[in-house]
Design a protein around this ligand. Structure first.
Ligand code: ZN
Length: 223
């Protein structure tokens, strides 16, 4: 409830600060989000790497990869980085959520929730949120939001604060799902979808690589 309230408040702040379409959060956007990878790319181009680690395009680290332990699908890009490594804003935006008072949930509850998700063959949005652990969300306008998950700490920022690419948001951790080990889970939301949702893995790879180009060196796309 507290999180939802923060998001709503952030939306109000965003509207108050800059009443343009560019400041819209996914909840406020009403027109359909383009599905074709090339059209989506126009919304998500120009991201900087959020952590000092290479962009690894192995399918298991990308959106759309199966996650059997919770009967669901991966919705972000995983960056393999050590515990405590600085996490930085991938693009300019406004802080929509920052979990300053995060408390880890008891492992007994986690184990039970995961078992039931596997049984159902689906991960509920509530469970996904808990599994992402301590998070920072940044809104970039046009319905694009980045979520930085599993953090061990967050920067001294408040909801509504503007950030530019490279600004410190927090530190790499393993909160929410310690069994996954320290890494940064970066989710790029476009409207009510995650980047790559519904696409074939080759399209996801193309899209993610291009979203971070020219930060990515040596990637040859399939054109
Ligand atoms: Zn992940």
């Amino acid at each position: 409830m507290r999180v939802r309230l923060s998001i709503v408040l952030a939306g109000v702040l965003v509207i108050a600060a800059a009443p343009s379409a560019l400041a819209m959060t996914p909840e406020e956007r009403t027109d359909p989000i383009p599905v074709a990878p090339r059209a989506i790319l126009s919304l998500v181009a120009g991201f900087a790497l959020p952590v000092d680690a290479p962009l690894d395009l192995r399918a298991d680290l990308l959106p759309g990869a199966p996650r059997a332990y919770r009967g669901g699908t991966h919705e972000g890009v995983d960056f393999l980085a050590p515990y405590g490594a600085p996490v930085r804003a991938a693009r300019a935006g406004i802080v929509l959520r920052i979990d300053r008072d995060y408390a880890e949930w008891p492992w007994t509850l986690r184990v039970a929730a995961l078992a039931s998700a596997v049984q159902e063959g689906a991960t509920s949005p509530e469970l996904l949120d808990r599994l992402r652990g301590r998070q920072v969300w940044v809104g970039h306008g046009n319905g694009v939001v980045t979520r930085y998950a599993h953090l061990s700490d967050v920067a001294d920022l408040l909801v509504g604060d503007p950030v530019v690419a490279g600004d410190l948001l927090g530190a790499v951790g393993a909160s929410g799902y310690p069994e996954g080990g320290p890494h940064l889970h970066l989710e790029i939301r476009v409207g009510d979808r995650y980047l790559g949702e519904g696409l074939e893995v080759e399209d996801v790879r193309w899209l993610v690589a291009r979203a971070f180009s020219p930060a990515v060196i040596g990637w040859r796309d399939r054109e």
